[in-house]
Design a protein around this ligand. Structure first.
Ligand code: GTP
Ligand code: MG
Length: 369
């Protein structure tokens, strides 16, 4: 039910109390946490020349469905791996090399397009989904939501540069989110590479490597030459198997926005990582305060696909407005529901903004006194 406490209403109006107005309404001697119903609160607000808006539809929204307790009967899904590390330590180069070799293994010359997330299929038929997270605002938003999009973090450390501030920050993010980490000691082709020093400083910074009896795997690689990438993929697969990653495929789709942009002739385009369920062409989905009837979906090879299973990144066309990277994606049963949810979310955020504005105004009033 719509209700507000006496003290909260006073705060919104910007007065210390409104005892007299309460008495006028026939409400006497109530405590500050007494709840006023919508009608009472509106009458008091109007006494202060305010225009109250009561909204009882605000509860209609889309949420993540509860996860089944026993996941064992659901199909396995590919691990989603985020690449983290200090500036210039070679994250993008590593991803480029991984992507190229995957194209070579698949069909020749297909790829030209860069997207923020892509899947690599190994000779063993296993697939790994990589997120080009560095530099993406998307990732910090996801981390804030508990990093549930990412299963594994690959920490890239350049062997000629060692542990740097963003390396430490990345370690902290992985730990805070409870996401297991693999260390990729990169640029080992360089003459001044010192991987032993990297290991020692990792240990000094709380990363317990296998070599020292800990649980964190480390792999020596060169993103440039491709050396060690097989071992890196193997380390990822090993860790993924331990985690037994599974997802429901027959439920309504849930996912996250990885990146979004305006594209000529296509309109608003967003890369969505499907986390649960299957996203299908024609589905209605909501992200933040925008929605989309999925007009077209393409994979990282720019091929049109009709269905996207969990752990699959897809480009989705058909958005009404530009979705925000990091926002969660939920499927709606129909357009009407999507519209109501979006309208409610917009209303809610504009109300929150109004409350913030009021705080500022009240603060100024107080200072003037
Ligand atoms: P930011 O996105 O700015 O954080 O950088 P990044 O981590 O993506 O680094 P990037 O891949 O752009 O590489 C930075 C520089 O290091 C480039 O000049 C690369 O060619 C070089 N580099 C990357 N990996 C290797 C490697 O394995 N060996 C050598 N020798 N150079 C590398
Ligand atoms: Mg980069």
């Amino acid at each position: 039910p719509d209700a507000i406490s006496v003290s909260n209403l006073a705060k919104i109006i910007g007065v210390a109390s409104f005892e007299q107005k309460l008495q006028n309404l026939g409400i006497e001697y109530v405590s500050h946490d007494h709840l006023l119903n919508a009608e009472e609160a509106s009458l008091i607000a109007m006494e202060y020349n305010l225009n109250p808006v009561v909204n009882s539809e605000a509860a209609i929204d889309l949420f993540s469905k509860p996860k089944p307790v026993d996941m064992s009967k659901y199909p396995l899904r590919s691990p989603v791996v985020a690449i983290l590390g200090h500036v210039d330590h070679g994250k993008t180069t590593l991803l480029d090399t991984l992507r190229k070799s995957s194209v070579a293994a698949g069909e020749a010359g297909g790829i030209t397009q860069h997207i923020g997330a892509f899947s690599v299929t190994l000779p063993s038929e296993r697939t790994i989904t990589f997120l080009d997270t560095p530099g993406h605002a998307a990732f910090s938003a996801m981390r804030a939501r508990g990093a549930h999009v990412t299963d594994i973090v690959v920490l890239v450390v350049a062997a000629d540069d060692g542990i740097m501030p963003q390396t430490l920050e990345a370690i902290k993010h992985a730990k805070d989110a409870g996401v297991p980490m693999i260390v990729a000691i990169n640029k080992i082709d360089r003459h001044n590479a010192n991987s032993q020093k990297v290991r020692e400083s990792l240990l000094a910074n709380g990363v317990e490597l296998e070599e020292y009896g800990g649980e964190t795997q480390s792999v020596e690689i060169s993103g440039l030459t491709g050396q060690g990438l097989d071992q890196l993929e193997e380390a990822i697969i090993t860790l993924a198997e331990l985690s037994d990653l599974r997802a429901e495929v027959d439920i309504e789709a849930e996912g996250a926005v990885i990146e979004s942009q305006m594209e000529k002739g296509k309109g608003y385009v967003a890369t969505i990582l499907v986390k649960r369920g299957t996203l299908k062409q024609g589905d209605i989905i909501v992200a933040g305060t925008t929605w989309c009837k999925v007009r077209m979906m393409t994979n990282e090879k720019s091929q049109i696909i009709k269905n996207a299973l969990p752990s699959t990144p897809v480009k989705v066309i058909g958005w009404k407005e530009l979705p925000v990277a990091g926002d969660e994606v939920f499927q709606a049963t129909d357009e009407e529901l999507a519209k109501i949810v979006v309208a409610n979310r917009k209303l809610k955020s504009s109300r929150e903004q109004q409350l913030k504005d009021l705080e500022v105004i009240n603060e100024k009033r107080r200072q003037r006194k």
